[in-house]
Design a protein around this ligand. Structure first.
Ligand SMILES: [Zn+2]
Ligand SMILES: [Zn+2]
Length: 350
């Protein structure tokens, strides 16, 4: 499998949820959820360009302040996406401090609130005391976006989609994928007498953008000279393979309405990161708290055709018994889905 993304959970399975995904060739990263994130080194957190917040229950949002503090005097923007209410939650966090000495700070949050009615966007700039400034919605990426599973970001080298699920409040699940993985054939490169360098990134950008064959490109040669070639002439140097995909599901219920929007988004993920707070014997508790059980997490991964399942966000009541949650999820993932469950889910899994 081509590996562009290096994902890792921010905390252990009993800690606050969060997934850090490093984009290896870009030197950047994206972060899913803002629970406690002290375990992430500042240098890693500072690579983040996009933050995706599932919802603002405390265990998913208390880490906002550390991000704010780290980024405050940096010359960059941070894009943040969240469900209905996120704009008020960000404004509320920012209103908890006094900003009379940040006039010359360039940092800004660019926040997009994702609802089934569409996206609303606002900027919060340090230089204006983080006052909310309404902004036009970002260009909606094209593709198979629908209101319930919109594409939030499409940057060519990565794309993020969301599903709006019911957790008694709207809660977003996400998938990040690389629509097209481009691999340079090193042998062909040296046979042709070219040297690796920035021009390869430009070539990949051109291929992703479907540039015309006669598009010119400056190529570095092994003898340290450069030469002008076309995208068409260079195309054979690059192999196109299927990119990676990772799913992230937290705080949701195992009901047909949720599965109907979740499954298309996380379908065929290489790894599905899924909450697994309760054992199935406690499924009444899980349902009451609008959460999944381990068996339900396993069933979702199976129905989605995920290659691997990584469960986390365990309830503290199972401290010392985390292995039971993992095993129950794995058994459901590897096993057959109960026909009764399938019948109950009906069209959601068809
Ligand atoms: Zn929650
Ligand atoms: Zn939670």
């Amino acid at each position: 499998m081509a590996s562009t993304f290096a994902p890792r959970l921010v905390n252990g399975p009993f800690g606050d949820p969060g997934l850090f995904v490093e984009l290896r060739w870009q030197g950047s990263a994206v972060l899913f959820d803002l629970g406690r994130n002290d375990a992430l080194p500042a240098a890693d957190l500072l690579k983040v360009t996009h933050v995706f917040v599932s919802h603002t229950h405390m265990d998913h949002f208390i880490g906002f302040d550390r991000v704010l503090r780290l980024f405050l005097n940096r010359d960059k923007d941070l894009a943040l996406f969240g469900p209905a209410g996120i704009l008020d939650c960000v404004a509320g966090k920012l209103a908890g401090y006094v900003w009379n000495l940040t006039d010359d700070y360039p940092f800004a949050f660019d926040v997009t609130e994702v609802t089934s009615a569409g996206a609303t966007r606002a900027r919060f700039r340090a230089s204006s005391g983080f006052r909310r400034e309404d902004a036009p919605p970002l260009d909606a990426p094209q593709g198979d976006a629908t209101a319930t599973t919109p594409v939030l970001v499409d940057q060519g080298h990565f794309r993020v989609r969301a599903a709006i699920t019911d957790h008694k409040i709207p809660c977003l699940a996400f998938a990040i994928d690389e629509p097209m993985h481009l691999n340079v054939d090193g042998d062909a490169l040296s046979r042709a007498g070219y040297a690796p360098g920035r021009w390869l990134a430009h070539l990949k950008d051109a291929l992703r953008a479907d540039a015309a064959d006669d598009t010119p490109l400056t190529v570095a040669r092994a003898d340290r000279t450069t030469t002008e070639l076309t995208v068409g002439a260079l195309r054979p140097l690059v192999r196109v393979t299927l990119g990676q995909k990772f799913g992230y599901i937290v705080d949701t219920r195992f009901i047909p309405e949720n599965l109907a929007v979740l499954l298309p988004v996380v379908r065929a993920a290489d790894v599905l990161f899924c909450e697994s707070p309760f054992l199935d014997e406690d499924r009444d508790q899980a349902a009451m708290r609008y959460h999944l059980t381990a068996a339900e997490a396993g069933t979702i991964a199976r129905l989605a055709g995920a290659r691997r399942l990584k469960v986390f966000h365990y309830s503290p009541r199972y401290q010392g018994r985390g292995d039971m949650l993992r095993r129950e999820a794995e058994a459901a993932f590897r096993g057959r889905v109960d026909p009764g469950v399938l019948a109950e889910l009906g069209a959601a899994v068809a």
